[in-house]
Design a protein around this ligand. Structure first.
Ligand SMILES: [Fe+2]
Length: 393
């Protein structure tokens, strides 16, 4: 059903595949950028991923202005201000971000400070508060296949003093260019490929079933689910070029989808688990997804049944009676979890993830105050969430 009103935007230009990295200078020139600030992290520097990008760029007679690699997993406001200062001191005119969600989100934060020409971005927290501001050309190169941050209108930044994760949502956060190149995800460890892949699957499933869905976000969600169904296990087990590129594309499509729809219960509980018990996001998604789907089943079983076709293919779909397809989708996801556990040791239960049982009430309390729970297709209160957590333990 088409909603009475919806908005959709994916203005990020995508470069995917052979020589994508070599095409970055052309894109920067078209954006009138001559001196980019290059942001990344120490691991990517050490394993040589950063050098691959620099070589590809320099081969095209293009030099970056300044390289900064001291970005931690959860960067905060102070670091963002510091990087914005470096940008100005070094006379940079654009940003390249190479990394996972944290590097790309840090870059989004730096760009916000520079384009809005303010130091304190705390007042810009929330949805659509950002005005267009000064345009800072921005190229994002993801090295994981999960967050989709390279194409989302979302940035999550830590407020260190209050220990809260600030969420900024605006179409003005969208990078100008997203670059998908096999050389960037080739070295992704199996376990990270598994957990980030399950995060992408959750983005697509929740975007396809939440209350803010629309026909455009559906199209991206379905394509993402199909690619994940066909490629996630191979991408983890063999790391083949075809499967890794497919997963990077799936993650991007799932990102476009949820950025223009929303997520739901899995993310609401996952955010709380991350906050209270420090469970990594992808691990939480992997553990929770079948349990939350079972909870939602009586409300949207039919929608979950539609997903079966894309996740498991025509044969499984046609051989499953219509009223059993939703449950079969959950079964397929449980089997995926088992396989990923065997291949990488990715935890299947909260207990395996090191969560203490006495923390579950606190997690449930936080989850029911998370923004994502509002758009879940079925209302969920404290007792419901606690029950899901106990089942997932
Ligand atoms: Fe996520």
């Amino acid at each position: 059903m088409i909603p009475k009103y919806y908005e959709f935007q994916n203005s990020t230009k995508i470069l995917s595949g052979e020589f994508a990295l070599e095409n970055i200078p052309t894109e920067l020139k078209m954006l009138n950028a001559k001196r980019p600030l290059f942001l990344s992290d120490e691991t990517l520097k050490q394993i040589g991923t950063l050098q691959i990008v620099l070589d590809a760029i320099e081969k095209q007679d293009f030099k970056v202005g300044k390289i900064y690699t001291q970005i931690p997993p959860d960067s905060d406001l102070e670091l963002i201000k510091k990087i914005a200062k470096i940008y100005k001191e070094e006379n940079c005119d654009s940003i390249i971000a190479l990394g996972g969600g944290s590097v790309i989100d840090t870059a989004k934060g730096v760009r916000m400070v520079l384009s809005q020409e303010i130091e304190d971005i705390r007042n810009l927290m929330g949805a659509e508060i950002l005005t267009y501001g000064k345009h800072i050309p921005f190229v994002a190169i993801p090295t994981t296949a999960g967050t989709g941050s390279e194409v989302t209108a979302v940035a999550v930044i830590l407020e260190k003093l209050k220990q809260i994760k600030m969420e900024f949502i605006s179409y003005n956060l969208l990078p100008d260019v997203a670059v998908i190149d096999f050389r960037m995800t080739k070295t992704l460890p199996k376990k990270i490929a598994a957990s980030t892949g399950m995060d992408a699957l959750c983005h697509a499933i929740e975007a396809y079933t939440c209350l803010q869905k629309n026909p455009m976000s559906d199209a991206y969600a379905i394509s993402a689910i199909k690619l994940i169904g066909e490629n996630l296990i191979e991408s983890v087990e063999k790391g083949s070029k075809i499967a890794r590129i497919a997963m990077a594309n799936a993650s991007m499509m799932a990102g476009v989808s949820f950025s223009n729809s929303m997520v739901g219960l899995v993310h609401a509980i996952g955010h709380a688990l991350g906050g209270v018990c420090k469970v990594p996001h992808g691990n939480a998604m992997n553990i929770l997804v079948p349990f939350c789907m079972k909870y939602n089943m009586d409300k949207i079983g039919e929608k979950y049944g539609e997903i079966l076709l894309y996740l498991a293919g025509e044969e499984v779909y046609l051989n499953t009676p219509k009223d059993k397809r939703g449950e079969k989708t959950v079964k397929i996801i449980e089997e995926m979890k088992e396989k990923l556990n065997k291949l990488t040791g990715l935890p299947i239960t909260l207990k395996e993830a090191g969560v203490k049982k006495e923390d579950l009430p606190e997690v449930a309390k936080k989850a029911i105050n998370d923004g994502a729970i509002i758009v879940n297709p079925k209302e969920a209160g404290y007792e419901d969430v606690l029950e899901i957590l106990q089942e997932a333990y």
